[in-house]
Design a protein around this ligand. Structure first.
Ligand SMILES: Nc1ncnc2c1ncn2[C@@H]1O[C@H](COP(=O)(O)OP(=O)(O)OP(=O)(O)O)[C@@H](O)[C@H]1O
Length: 206
């Protein structure tokens, strides 16, 4: 099991956003969480990544984590290659072969020597995803990962997600739209601070 979440609660002041969220992400699974704007999806993801301590409940993670937040956290003055090098050191990777492969799959290797400040929003997002994936995490947490992707990249993203799943890696995607339901193994709905697998959304997939 990549992730176990039990009775997670979170409040901002007196405002209770999560009211007891419980779910699992098995090894080799593509899992989605959908919810309206303000439902608490980003709060949940920040808790799962360890970025935010919940008011209550338990999060159990095993293995390496990859986290791709909604806001791109990059220095605009650095090139794509400089970002890869920086993360290579942070992750203690011997080489950048897998990162190069990811850049080819996501179709942005041609921007290697460009400064991030000059890249389009979609290309920045591809770099962000590559930085979250280049150490081959067991569990990848993604917040609205393909905003700004064109259709071809969107399909490439899902090809990549299926390859990861075939290798036993897990991906948790949060989104305000349920349009990817056919591509996921399980889709949870976050409503009123609790999570429900919607049988109508998950039936017969994989
Ligand atoms: N740091 C914070 N302090 C106070 N309230 C916050 C904070 N972060 C989020 N909230 C509130 O908690 C609620 C849930 O926010 P969150 O960003 O988790 O929702 P979301 O489902 O990700 O929304 P969206 O789809 O719009 O990104 C919102 O009402 C938001 O205003």
């Amino acid at each position: 099991m990549s992730l176990r979440v039990k009775e997670v609660r979170h409040s901002y002041g007196i405002r209770e956003v999560l009211r007891g969220v419980t779910f699992d992400v098995p090894d080799g699974a593509l899992v989605g969480v959908v919810g309206e704007n303000g439902a608490g999806k980003t709060t949940l993801l920040r808790i799962l990544s360890g970025d935010l301590t919940p008011t209550g409940g338990v999060v159990d993670r095993t293995g390496r984590l990859g986290y791709c937040p909604q806001q791109v956290v990059l220095n605009e003055a650095f090139t794509v290659a400089q970002h890869l090098r920086f993360f290579q050191v942070a992750y203690r990777l011997g080489d950048l072969r897998y990162a190069e492969e990811l850049m080819e799959v996501l179709n942005f290797a041609q921007y290697r020597h460009d400064r991030v400040g000059t890249l389009s929003g979609g290309t920045r997002q591809k770099l962000n995803l590559t930085l979250a994936l280049m150490h081959d995490p067991d569990l990848l947490l993604l917040d609205e990962p393909y905003q700004g992707f064109d259709w071809d990249t969107y399909l490439r993203f899902w090809d990549l997600a299926r390859l990861l799943r075939a290798r036993g890696r897990s991906v948790l995607v949060i989104s305000h739209l349920a349009h990817d339901k056919d591509r996921l193994d399980t889709l949870h709905q976050l409503t009123a601070g609790v999570l429900d697998p919607d049988p109508a959304l998950t039936e017969g997939h994989r």
